[in-house]
Design a protein around this ligand. Structure first.
Ligand SMILES: [Zn+2]
Length: 74
């Protein structure tokens, strides 16, 4: 865990959500029923939790990106 001390957590979260392209995009998908994209507020989700579908947390990786990651290891 990274300690941020007494600084504002909200500011850090906003910065994080804007630094990562997938977070900035603000869209999530369900890996199980393939629902999505669902628009979300990444900064809010980082603080309160990501939406769930099929009992699992939805992913910020688009179906294309998930595919790319699956084939990467082979
Ligand atoms: Zn689902």
């Amino acid at each position: 865990m990274m300690e941020t001390g007494m600084g504002s957590n909200a500011a850090l979260i906003t910065r994080l959500s804007e630094a990562h392209p997938s977070l900035k995009r603000g869209m999530v998908w369900c890996r199980h029923c393939k629902r999505g994209p669902v628009r979300v507020n990444s900064a809010d989700c980082l603080q309160t939790g990501w939406p769930k579908c099929c009992g699992y947390t939805m992913t910020i990786d688009s179906p294309e990106e998930q595919k790319a990651m699956e084939t990467e290891g082979d």
